[in-house]
Design a protein around this ligand. Structure first.
Ligand code: FAD
Ligand code: UDP
Length: 400
């Protein structure tokens, strides 16, 4: 059964797992030390080990692999995402094919509702949303386009996350769906954030209520952690968990480094701290089979302290009598989760990037190390490209 598979997947542990932190004082020599066992670190480790035949040590300061994509069975036996909902989507055949070596998939198209004006309406805003909100009966895309055009406010240069929304759909929809949510999520007004942030979420004139329109929309059948276990279970890869790079670098012998943690941390914050946004997660199990109609409900209202509520069974397809949910409370303090896209931060990152470029035998890969608001597939793509640029793999790939 699906459950038995999940449990079995979690009992299988790659070699080197949880080795005591002092076991390597006279340990082996590694070609590469990879800091971070998330997507960036795991893809790099897998390629270096399996394609280039390098000896790799992967470490993470957390007690588990998979980085922010880590999922696990909770006390009720429900598969939850410890760091909030992770939905895989990509347009890239290559990235999908690469990950398919380590997992089979379950089709899943993500749908999100927003709680606005006492209703639950589709987000991204679509024709259904507009009809519900304004008690209209628009039936064609042209009618919706005309409605939005009548609301849109011209903005001379679209620079911020406020401009990009207001110039397309006007102030009322902006305030209802974007302003409150963004203020909570980022601790600042959309007018202070780069346009790329709210531009992630489109507005549609049709009735497509999917969150993403990518060609591939799938979830790893046995979860993300099981997929990472398969990526990392290679004889050339050792893993140490619950250890910080600071404590490992003196004790382990290695030639080159792949660093996937925060780039400013690597350089001891010499130019000051790069701002990252954090979240606090409140995980709960409730005594009902289904808690909400879709996997995620967004709460843009300022009166609600959390941004969204996720019910995992929608994502995983798991069946159980109870269900587990997560509330997300954005916060200044805590693990770095989101780089904060705005001009001043990008300038500061550029200074660190110059140091990173000059650091010999160190590769910086991933969302924290390159300070980019990347989705999972983009991090995989970045890691594969970084590996390819090394030019150390076999010249000819084995035919399938
Ligand atoms: P991480 O996963 O952060 O891995 C870095 C690892 O390095 C961490 O485990 C950390 O503990 C470790 N580390 C850092 N410094 C050190 C050190 N000094 N010593 C030892 N270890 C260290 N993407 C999607 O595509 N779809 C989604 O639906 C989605 N939802 C998301 C929801 C949330 C709440 C968040 C925060 C992110 C979401 N993402 C989503 C983005 C996704 O999480 C990232 O793209 C991806 O996990 C980044 O991988 P990474 O390896 O770069 O970083
Ligand atoms: N956003 C919003 N209201 C919503 C959904 C998103 O204002 O209902 C804005 C918000 O600023 C958010 C950004 O759009 O941070 C990107 O949304 P996405 O769902 O991509 O965020 P993520 O899943 O990365 O947290």
């Amino acid at each position: 059964s699906h459950m038995a598979e999940l449990v079995a997947a979690r009992m299988k542990r790659p070699q080197g797992w949880n080795r005591p932190a002092n076991a390597r004082r006279d340990g082996p020599h590694y070609d590469y030390l990879v800091v971070g066992a998330g997507f960036a670190g795991s893809v790099m480790a897998e390629r270096l080990a399996a394609d280039a035949g390098k000896k790799v040590l992967v470490i993470d300061r957390r007690p588990h692999i998979a980085g922010n994509a880590f999922d696990r069975l909770d006390d009720a036996g429900i598969l939850i995402h410890q760091y909030g909902p992770h939905i895989f989507h990509t347009n890239s055949e290559d990235i999908f094919a690469y990950l398919s070596r380590f997992t089979s998939w379950r089709s899943y198209e993500h749908r999100v509702l927003a709680s606005v004006d006492g209703m639950l309406v589709p987000m991204p805003i679509n024709r259904t949303t507009i009809n519900a909100l304004y008690a209209l009966d628009l039936t064609t895309e042209d009618e919706v386009d005309a409605f939005l055009a009548s609301r849109a406010e011209p903005v001379e240069v679209v620079r911020t996350s406020a401009d990009v929304v207001i110039s397309k759909i006007g102030r009322d929809l902006y305030e209802k769906f974007f302003q409150g949510y963004t203020r909570k999520q980022w601790g600042m007004d959309p007018s202070e954030l780069d346009k790329s942030v709210t531009a992630r979420v489109p507005t549609r004139s049709n009735t497509d209520d999917r969150y993403f329109t990518d060609k591939f929309q799938v979830m790893p059948r046995n979860g993300f952690t099981a997929m990472f276990e398969n990526m990392l279970s290679h004889p050339n890869i050792d893993i140490e968990l619950g250890v910080d790079y600071r404590d490992v670098r003196e004790r382990v012998s290695f030639d080159r480094l792949v660093f996937t943690g925060p780039v400013d941390e690597y350089f001891d914050y010499c130019y000051g701290r790069l701002p990252y946004r954090s979240l606090q997660f409140k995980h709960e199990t409730v005594d009902t089979a289904q808690f909400q109609p879709v996997a995620v409900i967004n709460y843009p209202e300022p009166s609600v302290p959390y941004t969204r509520v996720t019910e995992y069974k929608h994502l995983t397809g798991q069946r159980a009598e109870r269900t587990s949910i997560t509330y997300e409370f954005p916060s200044e303090e805590g693990d770095p989760y989101y780089p904060i896209p705005r001009a001043a931060n990008q300038l500061l990152y550029k200074r660190y990037e110059a140091l990173a470029d000059a650091a010999e035998d160190v590769l910086f890969v991933g969302r924290l190390a390159t300070y980019r608001y990347y989705n999972m597939d983009q991090v995989v793509g970045q890691a594969l490209a970084t590996y390819r640029k090394l030019g150390i793999g076999p010249v000819v790939e084995a035919a399938p």
